[in-house]
Design a protein around this ligand. Structure first.
Ligand SMILES: Cc1cc2nc3c(=O)[nH]c(=O)nc-3n(C[C@H](O)[C@H](O)[C@H](O)COP(=O)(O)O)c2cc1C
Length: 334
């Protein structure tokens, strides 16, 4: 794990500006699991996290699955760094979503988010994720039923893309979710059809705000401090969610908050710690996840790019760990 001394030395570089945005680490299935949440929140700057989606079909999710995917349920819904973790559910059956949301709360969840943005074919084919954006009535029906049956003090939020095909559908979809009782709404500013291109169109946020009163979280394509400032100016939002940008640059959150210089980078030791933390699952898993993360960082850091080139061809975790150690020793020599 990232050591606190490292965090303190990073944070001591600059004094924070007074007014800070609220920053969310985006949920990313197959990437932002418990270990990654622990890791990224330890670097600082993140105010809230969300779990990868937990798929709800027509049965209860077992407690062991909840605890496996969200170990933070056992620590007051927070990561070790004290950052809150929202449980995200994905499905279309209001009754089963509701039952599973309530079970998550009984197990320790402090809030629940519903996923209406997932573009994956298998998910959409089974009536989940972004396909529901074709029907504001269903968005309303699902959220209102889940809201009605959740304890009143537990916030229910939603995360959506603009629409399935038409971006302008975001206005009706957001209105349906707000009417259904969600307390805040994250908007990934693309349609399902757009997948990840063209660029996110942040201008929709202001138009949505003219329609509904609940707080909005702007999401999509924040990869740098400059992107963040542009998004902030265009949307006038207070809250922002960052996914892929956090993988490329784990210090993006503290950079946005002005707590470190923009050229600050994480150390090779952090990569070694990440690998070791993932070994708790299995050495091969650790190797795959470490390669995945390094690959993400290649665009932003020459150091990580060079490390990825060396490490990507290694197939044996023991050799992989040895090479990580060598890289770490080399980095100590400057
Ligand atoms: C690999 C991957 C997995 C994702 N998994 C989820 C998920 O489980 N739940 C969700 O709401 N969004 C998911 N998303 C969407 C992200 O949360 C986010 O909305 C999207 O990547 C845009 O933000 P970004 O440009 O900051 O990455 C995923 C995205 C990616 C790339």
């Amino acid at each position: 794990m990232v050591k606190n001394f490292m965090l303190h030395s990073l944070l001591s570089k600059k004094s924070p500006p007074t007014e800070q945005p609220t920053l969310w680490l985006a949920p990313m299935e197959g990437v932002i699991d418990f270990i990654m949440r622990e890791f990224l929140t330890n670097f600082g700057g993140i105010d809230h996290c969300m779990t990868e989606f937990i798929r709800v079909v027509d049965q209860p999710i077992s407690d062991s699955v909840f605890f496996r995917d969200v170990p933070e349920l056992q620590t007051q819904g927070k990561t070790a760094a004290g950052v809150s973790v929202t449980v995200q559910l994905l499905g279309s059956d209001a009754n089963w979503l509701s039952q599973n949301a309530n079970r998550a709360v009984e197990l320790g969840a402090k809030d629940i988010d519903l996923n209406f943005g997932c573009p994956a074919k298998t998910v959409n084919r089974h009536d989940g994720g972004a396909t529901l954006l074709k029907s504001p009535d269903r968005l309303y029906q699902i959220t209102s039923e889940v809201r009605k049956k959740l304890p009143a003090h537990i916030p229910l939020s939603a995360k959506m893309r603009l629409g399935y095909e038409n971006p302008e559908d975001c206005l009706e979809n957001a209105a349906a979710l707000a009417a259904g009782g969600v307390s805040h709404l994250t908007v990934h500013c693309r349609t399902k059809k757009q997948m990840y291109a063209p660029s996110a169109d942040w201008t929709w946020l202001k138009k949505i705000r003219q329609k509904i009163q609940i707080p909005l979280i702007a999401n999509g394509d924040i990869f740098s401090v400059a992107d963040f400032k542009k998004c902030q100016d265009l949307t006038e939002c207070d809250s922002f969610m960052i996914g892929r940008g956090a993988l490329q640059d784990p210090l993006l959150f503290v950079k946005i908050k002005g707590l470190v210089e923009e050229d600050a980078q994480i150390s090779s030791k952090s990569i070694q710690d990440f690998f070791r933390a993932n070994c708790a699952v299995s050495p091969h898993f650790a190797q795959a996840r470490t390669k995945q993360w390094l690959k993400n960082m290649t665009g932003k850091s020459e150091k990580m790019s060079a490390a990825f080139e060396k490490l990507k061809v290694i197939t044996e975790p023991a050799n992989f760990e040895q090479e990580l150690q060598l890289l770490f020793e080399k980095s100590l020599q400057g």
